[in-house]
Design a protein around this ligand. Structure first.
Ligand code: HEC
Ligand code: HEC
Length: 294
């Protein structure tokens, strides 16, 4: 008796799996056709969708880059050339040590993270592949037709050096930016027009959560309530409300938090956290949200 039951149960397994798969497929079809999934970049992905996309990206690049041979990358001239190429073509989206990304980079989804962390996630040959071919449906351009092979490897050689570069070392290596046209949107600490004049006294928690996302803070921080890859360029912001000091320097008051968010380099000149052009109102909103992270 017992064995027969068990055998029946075993036969039922593939059937159950098939039914589950069919349900999942039907569910996805409904989600897609109904238009229920929000594609606007003002809203975050759900964690499930985000994780699936990240995994697909990783596996796809690993597979395609596996046979690429990496040339020698530690020639200082190569790194210096790469720094110039990076300054002209990559900073506006990815930022650099001491330099925040421009408005275009900050508004993108997925957010183009600082490439300091990329060397932990990717082999040099994979960075080469990503730079050469770009990433579909992400806004990462393919540079294949705009850079020759030597230039592509130059920039990889430079990206490899990013984790060791202080803001000053970067500025020296890359030299001044040639045209402000692309990066002119990178207004440093100046507030965005139209949003400047509201002297926010009290921040709004939910707007703050959205602002953290729209300023791409999650490119460097793990922030509860903001979906992104687990980036540890900066400290995780969970439990921030319970900390005594901000960045080891300022007493953790709402006023000081706003000051830090708007002018981190004025508080701590060598900090790797760039000035992101955060407005008064947005700083107040972000501080309000951060104060809820216990
Ligand atoms: C117009 C904006 C833009 C420009 C310019 C740009 N990128 Fe990107 N980049 C992106 C986006 C968006 C992603 C995708 C981020 C994701 O999927 O998480 C990305 C991803 C990457 C990645 C993978 C990073 C990771 O951590 O997974 C690398 C490497 C990269 N870019 C290199 C470069 C280099 C080198 C340049 C300059 C030659 C450059 N990018 C210029 C937008 C840009
Ligand atoms: C390029 C990476 C980067 C970006 C982008 C960035 N940060 Fe940071 N952040 C850091 C680093 C690195 C530190 C550590 C600073 C230090 O102690 O010098 C830090 C520190 C902090 C701290 C203090 C944390 C603590 O434990 O004391 C807060 C709060 C913070 N960041 C919030 C933000 C917010 C909000 C944004 C978006 C407006 C943002 N950060 C964008 C890198 C970044």
């Amino acid at each position: 008796m017992g064995t027969i039951k068990r055998m029946r149960a075993l036969h039922a397994l593939p059937l159950a799996a098939a039914v589950l798969l069919a349900l999942a497929a039907a569910g996805s079809a409904v989600l897609v056709y109904s238009g229920a999934y929000n594609v606007g970049a003002s809203w975050q992905h759900t964690q499930a969708v985000y994780s699936m996309l990240e995994l697909a990206l990783h596996r796809s690049v690993q597979l395609r880059a596996r046979n690429i041979e990496t040339p020698l990358l530690d020639d200082p001239r190569r790194i210096a050339r790469g720094a110039g190429i990076y300054r002209d073509n990559c900073v506006q989206c990815h930022g650099a040590p001491g330099v925040a990304p421009g408005d275009i980079g900050k508004g993108m989804q997925p957010v183009p993270g600082p490439l300091i962390a990329a060397m932990q996630r990717w082999q040099p040959r994979e960075v080469y592949w990503l730079t050469r071919h770009g990433i579909k449906m992400s806004g990462m351009p393919a540079w294949e037709f705009r850079m020759d092979d030597a230039a592509l490897w130059d920039v990889v050689a430079f990206v490899q050096r990013l984790p060791d570069l202080t803001p000053n070392a970067y500025a020296e290596l890359a030299g001044p930016a040639p045209s402000a046209a692309w990066q002119g949107n990178n207004r440093g600490a100046q507030p965005m027009p139209g949003t400047a004049s509201t002297p926010a006294t009290e921040g709004n928690v939910e707007r703050g959560r959205q602002a953290l996302h729209q300023y791409a803070c999650h490119a460097c921080h793990v922030i509860p309530g903001v979906v992104g890859s687990a980036s540890h360029v900066g400290p995780p912001l969970a439990g921030l409300a319970g900390r005594n000091l901000i960045a080891g320097r300022l007493a953790n008051t709402p006023q000081n938090m706003r000051r830090w968010l708007q002018h981190p380099q004025a508080v701590k000149p060598l900090t790797a956290m760039p000035s992101m052009g955060v407005t008064d109102a947005h700083a107040a909103d972000m501080a309000a949200y951060l104060a809820t992270l216990r």
